[in-house]
Design a protein around this ligand. Structure first.
Ligand code: HEM
Length: 227
């Protein structure tokens, strides 16, 4: 067995992979949020449509996108493998665990939270990604050039109150998943120092509130605008 296979089949190797893919996905979330906030600009979707076009045609972004999907799949597969390994090494569990006092609710429910986020992603990708790539898209003219009107399909989706409620609820679950994932990733990478841990924890909590709140704000504002 090579050292790579050996590392990736050990608990530490699996934790490392979870941490690294998780941190990449956190970075993706920041970039995705910054792009999506353009949906709220008062220009009838012009900036967002130009941004969507540049994302779809830039070869570098296409490579990052493939990496993104690969990291999502790896993150999911390794979460299952890690859970299996943990169960194998402690099939009976602790006699005195007092889980609710020793650990947070998020840390004990990362699997359930991750599964909900995965289901959210499937709905999200079908609604937007798939439609943009393979669906029949409305088109828009911007300065004499015809573009896919991505803004129109997002606005149409967020005119449905049930869809908006689903997004807002899922952003709540994302907040809990991030609140444990952020600090946990830094801890796995050995970046937990007496001096810096409290700061990392505070930044993690701030991030896990701010990012989902801003994501949730987009469908809420667009729904109000559609009334
Ligand atoms: C209001 C919130 C959101 C909006 C309006 C939004 C919008 C979009 C749109 C329009 C696309 C298609 C982009 C394209 O292919 O040109 C997309 C792709 C995607 N979204 Fe979102 N999104 C939101 C939240 C999220 C969240 C919270 C996640 C993750 C938990 C997420 C994950 C993804 C992924 C993985 C893709 C595929 C990106 C790729 O091509 O690599 N999105 N989103």
């Amino acid at each position: 067995m090579s050292w790579v296979t050996k590392t990736l089949s050990s608990t530490l190797g699996r934790k490392l992979l979870m941490a690294l893919t998780g941190l990449f996905l956190i970075l993706f979330l920041v970039v995705h949020l910054a792009g999506n906030l353009q949906l709220l600009l008062p220009d009838n979707g012009k900036s967002f449509n130009l941004y969507a076009e540049s994302m779809a045609t830039n070869p570098l972004i296409r490579i990052v996108s493939i990496g993104n999907f690969a990291f999502i799949i790896l993150h999911v597969i390794y979460s299952i493998l890690l859970t299996q390994l943990n169960k194998k090494s402690r099939p009976i569990g602790y006699v005195e665990s007092a889980a609710s006092t020793n650990s947070t609710w998020s840390s004990r429910n990362m699997g359930i939270l991750g599964t909900i986020i995965l289901l959210f992603l499937l709905v999200h990708l079908k609604g937007f990604y798939y439609e943009i790539k393979f669906g029949e898209m409305p088109m828009v003219d911007i300065a004499g050039v015809t573009y896919k009107n991505v803004f129109a399909i997002v606005a149409a989706a967020y005119s449905n109150v049930l869809y908006v409620a689903f997004y807002v609820l899922c952003m709540g679950f994302l907040a809990f998943h991030l609140s444990h994932g952020f600090a946990s990733a830094f801890q796995t990478l050995g970046l937990n120092h007496v001096k810096y841990s409290p700061l990392i924890q505070k930044v993690g909590i701030g991030f896990s509130i701010l990012v989902p709140v801003l994501f949730a704000l987009i469908p809420i504002v667009m729904y109000i605008q559609s009334l």
